[in-house]
Ligand binder design. Structure first.
Ligand code: ZN
Length: 957
């Protein structure tokens, strides 16, 4: 049994003593890798472990590739969640205290201090940091900071003054996700389940009924020309509401939404949907009247609770109208219904006159409550949006494409006062951490980052084209985010963080003070070692360090900072910047990761823009989503105590490539642990030795090694770590077993050195993944250096000996064939005879292989060309040979075929004579090998003629 805790402690100590991961500028090429810093309001769990482990493997790999790697870490204190927690502690919230006590195992006396917000952050900061150290992350801890450090505050002030100078921070009225209880904007960090509140803008169109307005909310204002009636839910009680100077009839949910949109709202009465049925409403711009009709698909929580009906283009409307026509008895007072027919206003290549009817047929829908209507609507909407054109009955919008007309119709109705705007949260309900349901609020005089700025967006789009995005499939998600991002509230009235420099009532919020902090890792080292203090810091300091702007002598004398320190910091920044790789979870694509690009482009010159983003998916626990309610959130430090850091790292990494969900399960944990223990055991067996005469199996094992190095290196470079880890842990296994069988059968004593070489290389490649146990293995292999300081092995083309590879393959396959024959025929062997193909067959094989590899597999043509050649004319005797050989080759991989071409001719008779020792040791009988054409061969059953290259004939008696 391995004592993982003390093994890890031993190597951690050594890394620490030798300052392994502290990096300062030197003559080597640099690599700067960062991960989104943690928010310390709870301990880290296994899910967090994935992102940081991926970044650490990346850092360790690049270090071994010869780069001077900087991998630092900070702590994000900014925001309201910690304040909220402290308040709940002050209020003696039983549930939260219980969570701290039992799930997070916080000591009682610490919990008492938690009424002070910073104490919570400090406690979990230390907890998370200790966990990261225990996980073996190769972090340069000299650069640690928190976002409430005074120098950091100065840095954020500088960032915001820069953005304001460039007009990218603006004050205005814009919609934001909002917590009505906290009276604060909300973003992903503030919501339960970490949802980024997003919303959609709808156009309200006002239909007039007497002195009232019946407003509807739509995403398709252009369909106003096809309206045939309004829908109302007869079972809903609607509000009569004064909205500024008008009286609207809307659902009560809609009234609530309107209250946050800068309107003067007062409720004046109620009316049921049923009361409105059969009434007439005037269509704006068209000035004709339509009926209000009943429909149960209308939901009070969507839009205004009233819907305009466009049956030609909206499947819901078409179906609701059909339902009414089929059920006229229910509404005897509505004889009008049968007269209503769809008005078609959009033409496409896909659909007939009434597109809604087409999709309803295709989806086989026969009722307005059928769930397939959603999908039918989406399909039709997409087709019309991208391929539709407005018909002649749409007045001045005729012949315009739907995508253009949509915006134009909207502005046209808005200008006439017959329209308005409604914002609606996507995927409601979104809950604030305080428990309140979030809404969309139009916020006045708020500070916004102007992510709507067209020029800024275009700049980001074009830089995205240059950036490496791993995995590539996520690139489009970034482009979409850049497109839909708009003004974003960047300040809050409460919370920890930096005050807006020009308006101290506001605090910069957490997704705005975390976008360029990677540059601050250069500064923080000098703050921590006290070479600079907050008194030395000014905007001109940052301008000089980051932009090389200003007079260093003046800055030195104005702020009492030593000129050589100023120079040193500037040079260090210029050395390490830009960020070479930024790692984060997928949930940060729609906000942090995209803001990171936006802000770098806004503030820094081009040479400091980020080069690469690596995105990963989440971690499941035994196949299930992790959640508090499932009780399956395992704090990382608990898991380290139980399983050891290396096992956790490997279990997470081996179960999935980047974007897939990783799965942490006990079976995998056991498998990994056993594997590591047996490898560790193996490393004590072999010691380095001098040069020996290499035999074929040695050359073969070395070839396999270099093939695996090449494959592993390529996977590492693409961050396909699951694949790389498989090569290192498992691909070697069957090769080693075969090798041991071979050397034992030959009774060799001189192979320990070869295995030492193989194991050493394998341990080096394992080291970025499982750093602790790799050090232990490395030292058991009698190395005094550190595995983590070793160079990544170089795949050497020359060491790949294709002849040896083909020879060993031939031996392996032939031995397998012998075993199979014995198993099937149940013969107790007395002697075994093998026949290899005649030389004309080998020549024919080579020709056939060279044709098949370029796709020529016409048997007739092949036979013809072989017969015409003197070397291979004997094919006449055995034309079937060609077909069989083509099939042999086609059943192999392209890689295998190329390997055979590179191996050229192998002498099968000579190679197979090596089987003798193996056959002797496995079956205890002699083996003889003949060439098919040998006249003196022993061949009583006339078997030799069936031999083919790489497929010798076997005779067992
Ligand atoms: Zn709240």
């Amino acid at each position: 049994m391995v004592d993982w805790t003390s093994l890890e402690e031993k190597w951690r100590q050594r890394w620490h003593e030798e300052k392994q991961f502290e990096s300062d500028p030197d003559s080597k090429k640099k690599f700067f890798v960062t991960v989104a810093y943690p928010y310390p309001n709870s301990p880290q769990h296994i899910g967090h472990g994935r992102t940081y482990t991926l970044a650490d493997v990346h850092a360790r790999f690049m270090r071994m590739m010869g780069y001077n790697v900087l991998f630092p870490m900070g702590f994000h204190y900014t925001g309201t969640p910690i304040l909220g927690m402290a308040r709940r502690i002050q209020e003696n919230d039983k549930e939260l205290i219980e969570t701290f006590r039992t799930l997070y195992k916080v000591p009682e006396e610490k919990i008492r201090e938690f009424s002070e917000p910073v104490k919570i952050a400090d406690y979990f900061h230390q907890e998370i940091k200790t966990g990261m150290i225990e996980m073996g992350y190769s972090i340069d801890w000299r650069r640690e900071f928190t976002t409430i450090d005074p120098v950091y505050n100065k840095f954020i002030e500088w960032q915001f003054r820069k953005l304001k100078e460039k007009n990218l921070v603006i004050q205005g009225t814009h919609p934001v996700g909002w917590c009505p209880k906290d009276q604060n904007p909300v973003s992903q960090h503030d919501t339960q389940g970490d949802v980024e509140p997003s919303f959609t803008e709808y156009t309200i169109i006002k239909f007039r009924y007497d002195s009232y307005i019946l407003p509807i909310a739509t995403l398709r204002p252009e369909t106003i020309f096809g309206v045939t009636n309004l829908w109302i839910n007869p079972n809903v009680t609607y509000d009569i509401v004064r909205v500024d100077n008008e009286t609207w009839i809307v659902s009560s949910e809609c009234t609530t939404k309107l209250e946050f949109l800068n309107k003067k709202i007062s409720r004046v009465g109620k009316i049921t949907g049923n009361d409105l049925i059969g009434e007439k409403a005037k269509v704006p711009e068209r000035n004709d009247e339509i009926f209000v009709l009943p429909a149960t698909f209308v939901k009070s929580e969507n839009g205004t609770g009233i819907v305009m009906s466009v049956p030609a283009h909206a499947p819901f409307d078409y179906q609701a109208l059909q339902d009414l026509k089929n059920n006229t008895k229910k509404y005897p007072n509505l004889p009008v219904i049968t007269n209503i027919s769809p008005i078609s206003i959009i033409e496409t290549e896909t659909y007939s006159e009434i597109p809604a009817q087409d999709v309803i047929k295709n989806f086989q829908i026969d009722d307005q409550n059928n769930p397939k209507l959603e999908e039918a609507t989406k399909e039709l909407y997409a087709k019309e949006f991208y391929g539709g054109k407005l018909k002649q009955n749409t007045g001045k919008f005729a012949n315009k494409t739907v995508s253009v007309a949509k915006e134009e119709v909207k502005s046209w109705i808005l200008a006439s006062g017959n329209a308005d705007i409604l914002y609606e949260l996507n995927d409601p309900p979104v809950k604030c951490r305080c428990g309140a349901e979030c809404v969309v609020k139009l916020l006045d005089n708020q500070w916004f980052l102007n992510y709507s700025d067209r020029e800024w967006k275009e700049k980001v789009h074009s830089w995205l084209k240059e950036m490496k995005i791993i995995p590539e499939e996520i690139r489009n998600e970034f482009n979409n985010v850049v497109d839909w991002l708009r003004e974003r509230a960047c300040a809050r009235q409460h919370g920890l963080g930096t005050k807006l420099p020009w308006d101290k009532n506001w605090i910069v919020e957490s997704l705005s003070d975390s976008v360029i902090y990677m540059a601050y890792y250069i500064i923080s080292k000098y703050v921590n070692n006290k070479e600079i203090t907050v008194d030395n810091i000014s905007d001109s300091f940052f301008d000089y360090i980051f932009m090389e702007v200003g007079d260093s002598k003046k800055i030195s004398s104005d702020y009492k900072i030593k000129p050589e320190i100023l120079e040193k910091i500037k040079n260090e920044f210029q050395y390490f910047y830009p960020v070479n790789a930024r790692h984060s979870g997928r949930d940060l694509v729609p906000n942090h990761l995209t803001f990171f690009i936006f802000n770098h482009l806004a503030i820094f010159p081009r040479k400091y823009w980020p080069e690469e983003i690596v995105v990963n998916g989440s971690v499941m626990m035994e196949g299930k989503k992790m959640s508090k309610s499932m009780g399956n959130i395992i704090p990382l430090r608990d898991a380290i105590k139980t399983h050891g850091a290396d096992t956790i790292r490997l279990t997470i990494l081996i179960s999935a490539e980047l974007l897939q969900d990783a799965d942490f399960n006990q079976e995998a944990v056991r498998g990994i642990k056993n594997k590591l223990e047996s490898m560790l055991d193996d490393c004590t067996k072999y010691k380095p030795s001098g040069n020996i005469h290499l035999q074929q199996e040695d050359r073969w094992l070395q070839s396999r090694l270099h093939q695996i190095i090449a494959k592993t290196t390529s996977s590492m470079q693409k961050m396909r770590l699951r694949e790389a880890l498989h090569y290192v842990l498992y691909d070697f296994e069957s090769d080693l077993q075969w090798y041991l069988k071979r050397v034992e059968a030959k009774k060799r004593r001189d192979f320990a050195g070869i295995l030492h070489e193989i194991f050493s290389t394998r341990v080096i490649m394992l080291s970025p993944f499982a750093p602790y146990v790799s050090e232990e293995m490395w030292s058991r292999l009698r190395n005094s250096s550190l595995a983590s300081q070793s160079s990544w092995p170089n795949p050497i083309e020359d060491k790949i000996d294709f002849k040896s590879i083909q020879s060993e393959n031939l031996l392996k396959l032939t031995l397998d064939d012998i075993k199979n024959i014995i198993r099937v025929t149940k013969i107790i062997p007395k002697r075994i005879t093998i026949y290899t193909a005649a030389s004309w067959k080998i020549k024919a094989y080579e020709r056939i292989l060279s044709k098949v590899i370029v796709g020529q597999i016409n048997i007739g043509m092949l036979i013809k060309s072989l017969i015409s050649d003197k070397d291979t004319e004997e094919i006449k005797k055995d034309p079937d040979f060609v077909k069989k050989t083509v099939n042999d080759i086609l059943s192999e991989s392209q890689e295998e075929r190329e390997s055979k071409i590179k191996a050229e001719f192998i002498n099968e008779q000579e190679i197979l004579s090596e089987l003798d020792s193996l056959v002797q040791s496995e079956f205890g009988v002699p083996l003889q090998v003949f060439v098919e054409s040998d006249h003196k061969r022993y061949d009583p059953k006339n078997k030799a003629k069936t031999a083919r290259p790489y497929k010798p004939a076997i005779f067992i008696e």
